[in-house]
Design a protein around this ligand. Structure first.
Ligand code: NAP
Length: 497
């Protein structure tokens, strides 16, 4: 499939030779790929947003049935991109084809899921509405008819992440939920997978035409220029931002939003260390548990926001440590998504290896120089609590085992814990009962509390929450996965009398 290397602005692929080009990096080839992508101009960004605002007037009035049809049509068009999509995404990310097939399926199902939700009377789109009858004779004052409706917020800016090129990118959860809510989307393509973004945009372009939707409803901007990202969130027609990425970038974009006359909601789904609590009383499964944690940590070569990064284990569980060691030593290195991610990973590993009281438990096999091999460190909980460098997310195949002495120490850990997307409790019923206080307080630090399962893998369904207290996400009240994700892009309106 031929790529244009252009941005898609309100129904047109725009040729712009004035702002230079950039190439994506091929992690497997370890060099930039050939296809050049044109940096969009700031005028193109303005045009995309203005056209989105014009499209909003028509799109917000579309029926739920028409929107559902549109979302299903996008899903069909992604399917019909076939292997060409997988091929280009594999080149840009080096994520295995099987993983990409799975993620593509999830992305298609996510669009169909929102379509079903729009049509279901019991879904979030319908059940929030309230009506209260007038009481004209109420004393001392009559009560008018009151109706609460939820209406789309306006044009939404979406930023995708590098590590989920389908599910959290061009036509991922943020775009699907914003379109379902009735909001046009202006999408900033991730420079790690611009070809993937272009193909996905071709799918939505065809769906817009087939469903006769307004052309300004979706634009995709290619630009390796951060001022474009800031221009996007600063524009007065942008009414909310859906962002998946790092805390560092989220903070910069939020700072720009703070300078606006109208400060708008910023929904950043960020990172997390996802602590794993191995409770005493689980003696006979600890060996298998070590292996499972290593497998979970290795998913996507550690580039999952739900990757288990801290494992709290009772002191002296030698069988657990041995099984972790064996699984790590037998693991093989692989590429990371970009040279920047690789260099941050290497820096963090070197820094951790130098920390007092921290030792390297095991390292995976290093197959190629430009690969990242798994690293698991071990320390004791007292050292962890006083070493702030260990509290940060390391994006890549890495984890820290923290040995603890007592339940009191675990309480101190929970007390000092930053907000997390998830935490897992590994323990039988008796152990959980014995740690009731700890588990109760843990609920206030996480967005998803998991019992005896790994944190990697996020189900797309009504009961999911993918978010959590800061810094795992920027707004603890919201989720970026599941039907409630659409609430981020709706606002209440009361109609009186
Ligand atoms: P990232 O580096 O934060 O990039 C996200 C977006 O911000 C990209 O479009 C990027 O543009 C842009 N950007 C980068 N630097 C910028 C700056 N200084 N000013 C304005 N915009 C800037 O994140 P990533 O590498 O894609 O993703 C990795 C992170 O995302 C990890 O921390 C991971 O845990 C997190 N994540 C979270 C979730 C979740 O659901 N919570 C899911 C996946 C990933 P360029 O393309 O030009 O670099």
């Amino acid at each position: 499939m031929t790529l244009t290397g252009q941005s898609f602005i309100a129904g047109c692929w725009v040729n712009n030779n004035d702002n230079g080009t950039y190439c994506a990096f091929g992690p497997k080839l370890n060099k930039p790929l050939e296809q050049a992508y044109q940096n969009a101009s700031s005028q193109m960004v303005d045009k995309a947003i203005e056209q989105a605002q014009c499209a909003f007037i028509e799109y917000r009035q579309s029926s739920f049935k028409d929107r559902a049809h549109f979302l299903n049509c996008i899903a069909d068009e992604i399917e019909s991109l076939g292997d060409a999509l997988l091929h280009i995404t594999h080149l840009e990310t080096n994520l295995p084809i099987a993983r990409l097939q799975g993620e593509r399926g999830r992305t298609i199902n996510q669009l169909r899921f929102f379509a079903t939700q729009l049509l279901s009377e019991s879904s979030v789109f319908h059940r929030l509405n309230e009506f209260e009858h007038a009481m004209p004779h109420r004393a001392p004052l009559p009560k008018p008819n009151l109706e609460l409706r939820y209406i789309p917020i306006g044009v939404v800016a979406v930023f995708g992440a590098s590590n989920f090129p389908f599910a959290f990118s061009t036509l991922g959860g943020d775009t699907a939920s914003a379109l379902a809510a009735g909001c046009p989307v202006v999408m900033k393509s991730h420079t790690a997978h611009p070809g993937t973004s272009e193909l996905m945009t071709k799918a939505v372009e065809r769906a817009i035409k087939k469903c006769a939707m307004p052309s300004g409803i979706f634009s995709m901007i290619q630009a390796k220029q951060y001022d474009i990202a800031h221009q996007l969130v600063a524009h007065p027609f942008i009414k909310a931002v859906g962002f998946t990425g790092s805390l560092n970038v989220a903070k910069r974009l939020m700072a720009t939003i703070q300078t606006r006359h109208e400060v708008i909601p910023f929904y950043g789904e960020l990172g997390s260390t996802n602590p794993q609590f191995v409770l005493k009383g689980k003696d006979d499964v600890e060996a298998r548990l070590g292996e499972s944690l290593v497998q979970s940590m290795l998913m996507g070569n550690g580039q999952f926001c739900t990757s288990p990064g801290i494992w709290l284990v009772p002191k002296g569980e030698q069988r657990f440590l041995d099984s972790v060691k064996e699984a790590v030593i037998n693991s093989q290195s692989d590429t990371l998504l970009s040279p920047a991610i690789l260099s941050s990973f290497r820096k963090a590993i070197c820094e951790r290896a130098e920390l007092e009281g921290v030792t390297l438990l095991a390292k995976g096999e290093q197959l190629e120089d430009h690969h990242a091999a798994a690293h698991v460190f071990v320390t004791d909980l007292s050292t962890y609590l006083t070493t702030s460098e260990l509290h940060e997310e390391v994006f890549g195949p890495q984890a820290v085992v923290c040995e603890y002495d007592s339940q009191e120490q675990l309480q101190l850990f929970v007390g000092s814990l930053d907000g997390q997307l998830t935490a897992s409790i590994h323990g039988d019923e008796m152990a959980c009962n014995q740690h009731g206080k700890l588990i109760e307080s843990l609920q206030y630090r996480v967005g998803r509390l998991i019992y005896n399962q790994m944190p990697t893998g996020v189900e797309v369904c009504c009961a999911m929450n993918h978010g959590g207290p800061f810094p795992s996400s920027s707004d603890v009240r919201s989720t970026s996965v599941g039907s409630a994700a659409a609430l981020r892009f709706l606002r209440p309106l009361c109609i009186q009398h």
